[in-house]
Design a protein around this ligand. Structure first.
Ligand code: SF4
Ligand code: URA
Length: 234
């Protein structure tokens, strides 16, 4: 948090009549600390709100040039399951929400229909959904390694802040961002991997499943999803 953001935050709380601001998991109040910035960092509990504020009107990588809206992420901040895609497409860029186009509708169906079939009460809004890069790459090209590296820092912070029980990685770009593996999705899918201490299931990206000649992959993706849902929600 910059000094300016912290000042605004404190002003906001003071406007509400809150005399002293306590941060979660931080024993010492920060409002009257000598070095508020240093202390905020020292006992920082990262939140999605803070990460979004840090992104701001980001120009840290070249993808900012072609974007309309930054697509940060959507869903439950306390989700036990997070889905990670590649990057926004045209519909996502227009709306500022991940996975709302054709691939997104398939993902939503996959989550909700699989859960229903398996007797797990779960809707899209109960999970958290985000992407490796937050701005739409021109002509939907794959994000460059440099762009993934820069924007990936925000993804890591989102995952650490939510700290879900499992992560479901959708497609090769998210694999490269989160796992130290160069194998393709076909080899890695259906098995458990790990990002830091969090179990990761790899499966196909829904855009790939939309192609008519990938119907076997569709069945496999359903199996992968079943595995994740039972692990997380049983
Ligand atoms: Fe910033 Fe990420 Fe957008 Fe690049 S893709 S401009 S790092 S928000
Ligand atoms: N594809 C992605 O990887 N992410 C989205 O948000 C939409 C399509």
């Amino acid at each position: 948090m910059t000094r300016e953001q912290l000042r605004r935050r404190l002003e906001f709380h003071q406007d509400l009549g809150v005399k002293t601001v306590y941060r979660r998991a931080c024993a010492t109040p920060v409002a009257h600390a000598a070095e508020p910035e240093a202390q905020a960092e020292a006992c920082a509990t990262d939140t999605l709100e803070k990460i979004r504020a840090d992104i701001g009107d980001c120009t840290r990588c070249p993808l900012h040039q072609g974007r309309n809206k930054i697509v940060f992420g959507v869903g439950n901040e306390q989700a036990k399951l997070v889905f990670v895609g590649e990057g926004p497409g045209a519909d996502e860029d227009a709306q500022g929400i991940p996975f709302v186009g054709r691939a997104g509708q398939l993902l939503t169906q996959m989550i909700e229909n699989t859960a229903k079939k398996e007797g797990i009460p779960l809707l899209r809004r109960d999970v958290y959904i985000c992407n490796v890069v937050k701005c739409r790459p021109p002509e939907n090209r794959t994000p460059e390694p440099g762009e993934m590296e820069i924007c990936g820092q925000f993804l890591f912070r989102q995952l650490a802040a939510i700290s879900p029980k499992a992560i479901c990685v959708l497609g090769g770009t998210a694999v490269r961002a989160l796992l130290q593996r160069t194998d393709g999705v076909t080899r890695l899918r259906g098995q458990w991997h790990r990002w830091r201490d969090i179990p990761v299931m790899v499966t196909y990206h829904p855009s790939y499943l939309l192609r008519p000649y990938n119907q076997d992959a569709k069945r496999e993706a359903w199996e992968d999803l079943k595995k994740v849902l039972h692990y997380v929600y049983d």
